[in-house]
Design a protein around this ligand. Structure first.
Ligand SMILES: [Zn+2]
Length: 139
């Protein structure tokens, strides 16, 4: 059976975001048309991995999705309050936001250099006290 997907989504394993990520992908018109990779810290696996295996794991998933499904886009979704970055790591929200922006950009550059013709969309998610999730596209 021949089948294709338009995108791959790389997001954190954090259960609090899973349902909302599906909803977000539906809103951008890609429901049922994306491959899904969960790895703690998302962009961190490319920008500042625990070790080379984590980076290679993520890159391998992208390579497979491209080869098997012909994806042309990768959505990388980081989020505030991410355990992979460590609780209490950041002095304030501005510092946390800056780190995610930097890591998302590093991940984007890494993926786009490695895979000709793939473009990366950077997303930063935030969950409020009531569990409401907001997705911000980083440009
Ligand atoms: Zn996380």
């Amino acid at each position: 059976m021949n089948h294709s997907a338009k995108a791959l989504v790389l997001h954190c394993i954090d259960f609090r975001f899973i349902h909302d990520i599906v909803h977000f992908m539906k809103n951008v018109g890609l429901l049922g048309q994306y491959d899904d990779v969960a790895a703690a810290g998302a962009a961190k696996n490319l920008a500042d991995p625990y070790d080379d295996h984590d980076r290679e794991f993520v890159l391998r998933q992208i390579a497979i999705a491209r080869k098997l499904h012909g994806i042309s886009e990768v959505y990388v979704i980081n989020h505030f309050d991410c355990g992979a970055y460590g609780q209490g790591t950041f002095a304030n929200a501005d510092e946390e936001r800056g780190r995610h922006r930097r890591d998302l950009q590093v991940a984007k550059d890494f993926i786009e250099r490695r895979f000709d013709g793939l473009s990366v969309v950077k997303i930063l998610a935030r969950i409020d006290e009531g569990g409401q999730v907001d997705f911000e596209k980083i440009v």
